[in-house]
Design a protein around this ligand. Structure first.
Ligand SMILES: Cc1ncc(COP(=O)(O)O)c(C=O)c1O
Length: 389
């Protein structure tokens, strides 16, 4: 799974380096004191190169990156923004923060946006579509991009959980108009907290940068204190300490992805012979970032029992089912009860297709440092429990 497993001497040295080279923790200014070293800038350049995006902007977390991206795409109060029923609640919170209305699609067996359902939910008010690449696996981007183009609607890819994942040769996050990654503690690489926005569109990039820094236009002809502005923004900046850790982590990304993919393949092969298990559909298997293995059981009851028995053996699940309440719109009455059409409704019935999949899904986290013995323990435990419940 995540970068936190690989935090070590390299990150420690990178942080010490910030203090050794002037100790400027702020990402801008004090050029001489910092010996002209700008770690966040360097991180942005490197991550853009890595994923093949033209412009990259780094902010304090992935939730902020989503909000900033929506703002940069022109979302205003009253607009509708479509996303999917299985995501982290942050995707919907970002929509709400701009006063827009979240419209939720079903997920299909990929556990990502169901393109058939997406088309049905588009209205004249739809401003942006946010497919989410959950747990390192791409959404069906060919179908989603086709629909978005036909209706002339922008696409923001929530790739918070999918840095390094690929769909048909392109990095997740670089297929739509703009993409975001999260670098929080549970992600493929981490800065503790961090968010990245990537786009090929200069205007989106400039609007995002301004909004995340009080409207600063970064006018090269004047010092920062006299900077020009044409709109107001907010403060979503990130520090050099995070930039330093991010650079050290980015150097490990290829290793992390390789280990995750190998470990996931090994576990999947061992589980393949179990009849009770149906694996999640993966639109581009080779591009899967590999940080989670998800499968469906016959029914909700079996899934609940398996998760409980695995937990008794010290084997945890990742979000399904342990943190399903934070990841499934069918449980978010605190958000949807304020809309007339959902009032008094059982939300699990509203997104029935998703409920039917999510409630019988088990997600096993794939660790970078898993060894063969641990993989065997997980597969043998799953097999034994399924034969005995
Ligand atoms: C799908 C998804 N979107 C957005 C976010 C928000 O990222 P952050 O925790 O960096 O704010 C997360 C974090 O878990 C996520 O999983």
């Amino acid at each position: 799974m995540p970068g936190f497993e690989t935090i070590g001497e390299e990150e420690k040295e990178a942080v010490a380096g910030v203090f050794e080279k002037g100790g400027v923790l702020y990402r801008y200014g004090l050029d001489v004191k910092r010996q002209h070293i700008y770690r966040v800038d360097e991180f942005e350049k490197k991550i853009a190169e890595k994923v093949g995006g033209k412009y990259c902007h780094c902010v304090c977390n992935g939730t902020a990156a989503l909000k900033i991206a929506l703002h940069a795409l022109g979302v205003k109060p009253g607009d509708e923004v479509i996303t999917q029923s299985f995501t982290f609640v942050a995707t919907v919170e970002a929509i709400l923060e701009l006063g827009a209305k979240p419209v939720i699609t079903e997920v299909d067996k990929s556990l990502n946006m169901d393109p058939f359902d997406l088309e049905k939910r588009i209205t004249k008010k739809t401003k942006v579509i946010i497919p989410v690449h959950m747990a390192g696996v791409s959404a069906k981007m060919d179908e989603i991009m086709k629909i978005s183009k036909e209706h002339k609607i922008c696409v923001l890819e929530d790739s918070a959980q999918a840095l390094g994942g690929i769909y048909k040769g392109k990095h997740l996050g670089t297929i739509g108009d703009v993409g975001i990654y999260s670098l929080d503690i549970g992600k493929i690489i981490t800065m503790g907290e961090g968010g990245v926005l990537v786009t090929d569109d200069k205007n989106i990039y400039l609007r995002a940068r301004e909004y995340s820094d009080h409207g600063h236009e970064y006018n090269p002809n004047v010092p920062r204190g006299e900077d020009t502005r044409s709109s107001w923004g907010f403060n979503y900046k990130i520090t050099e300490l995070q930039g330093a850790v991010g650079l050290a982590q980015l150097n490990k990304l290829d290793f992390i992805l390789k280990r995750q993919r190998e470990n996931k393949k090994s576990l999947k092969e061992k589980l393949e012979s179990i009849d009770d298990i149906e694996f999640r559909e993966i639109p581009d298997e080779k591009g899967d970032a590999g940080d989670t293995l998800i499968f469906f059981l016959e029914n909700k009851d079996k899934a609940k029992k398996l998760a409980k028995k695995l937990s008794e053996r010290g084997i945890g699940t990742k979000n399904l089912p342990d943190a399903v309440d934070w990841h499934f719109a069918g449980t978010w009455s605190h958000i949807f009860s304020s809309y007339n059409e959902y009032k008094e409704k059982n939300l699990e019935e509203v997104w029935k297709q998703s409920t039917g999949l999510i409630r019988r899904a088990i997600a096993i986290p794939i660790m970078v440092k898993m060894d063969e013995e641990q993989i065997n323990n997980i597969s043998e435990s799953i097999e034994w429990i399924l034969n005995n419940i």
